[in-house]
Write a protein that binds this ligand. Sequence first.
Ligand code: F6P
Length: 465
Amino acid sequence: MERLVIVSNRVPSLSLETSAGGLAVALKASLEESGGLWFGWSGTITERPGPQPRLDQCGAFSLATLDLSDEEFHGYYEEFSNRTLWPVFHGRLDLLRPDRKAYQIYRKVSFRFAHALSSLLQTGDAIWIQDYHLVPLGKELRSLGKMAPLGFFLHVPFPQAETFAALPYHRELLSDFCAYDLVGFQTSACAENFREAALRYLGGSLRNDGDIAFGTHSVRVGVFPVGIDTKAFREMAGSSDVQRRTQRLRACMHERDWICGVDRLDYTKGLAERFRAFEMVLDETPALQENISLIQIAAPSRESVLEYRDMRSQLESLSGRINGRLGTFDWAPIRYLNKAFNQAQLAALYRVSRIGLVTPLRDGMNLVAKEYVAAQDPEDPGVLILSRFAGAAQELTNALLVNPFDTSAVAAAIREALRMPLMDRQMRWRQMMNHLETNDVHAWRREFLKALKATSNRARDDSSP
Ligand code: F6P
């Protein structure tokens, strides 16, 4: 395997710095090692997108990007990826409104991407496709005669087989997944759900090693929990820049305790439930009023999608109601911020916050939970409260694990975290940190690529289901 080709809906910007998200940095590091290619959407919508990708050099590797038309952006990105697949993968069948036209456009984009990519491929390439936007791409490449090792990693959860089957196109999509040589998931539960769906709806056979076989083709199913760049994040959190920022924050905290939440504004993140749990803490423990604040960052996301706009209004009215009812002249219970912040700003926020409140209703992994831990001061670490339904809960078992739907349980965990003795906090933090140091994002990509390489000796044809 000589060159790595990464494919994702979004590609890093040309000015990607180490302060960008851990995942982009780690994938970039693997491309720098192999002098590879990153292929995906340019982020631009044009009237008539051309068939040829735009090529840019980004240090040791190349970026190849395609524009989308307005119709493609709407059908592929908004309607099918984010209004159909997203709710299904997160178990929100109440939000599912499948639309055949959007599905056809979704497939057409994979077809167009595969054609554009195939002209750039070289012998010896290994291709690694990221996430749910481009599931059919591997099969399209096979049908174009490309015999390179093909890996796919799903960053979001894979739901139970019956939930996935609510999607009218579940068989075709499962067959797309099974065209890869390796399909990776965040947790063993997701991998099991996928195996069950593939066996039940496609009729493959389960081999002893957990692969699923269809005639001469088999797909390897693996578990690769994605990590952060722990060392880099920890170093940044201890840097003089972040120290200056934490001093500034402490000066405006007036000795109050902060709880922080950092999320994309998304209905899967459990933000309304989180606000209610915080309100319950304040109502039931009046002594905490004026002594504690929740700083909630909810970076706007997918704003053209109706459910995201609805969520935004709901959160605005909920935070407004809580602040209006409980706030005082010089204290707002919830500071609710609708914007994105850079990694140094977030590291400072994590470091001054007594509690990191990460309570998604469902989440593939959740890297904020990991970054919160990595940013802590080892002498006086804060406490992570983490949803059992985030992939990260499988690894960060020394967090206070909660059911995010259970308001009283989340409120009780907040009180427990505020009371937690220093030794207990240090012990929990040390154990989580040990795990994050070994299982970082570099280990994640190494393990995935090793497993992909191990599939290289198998027969490759387009006989997938
Ligand atoms: O975590 C899932 C994911 O869809 C990523 O693939 C993506 O980078 C992120 O959420 C942000 O979403 P979007 O690309 O729709 O802004």
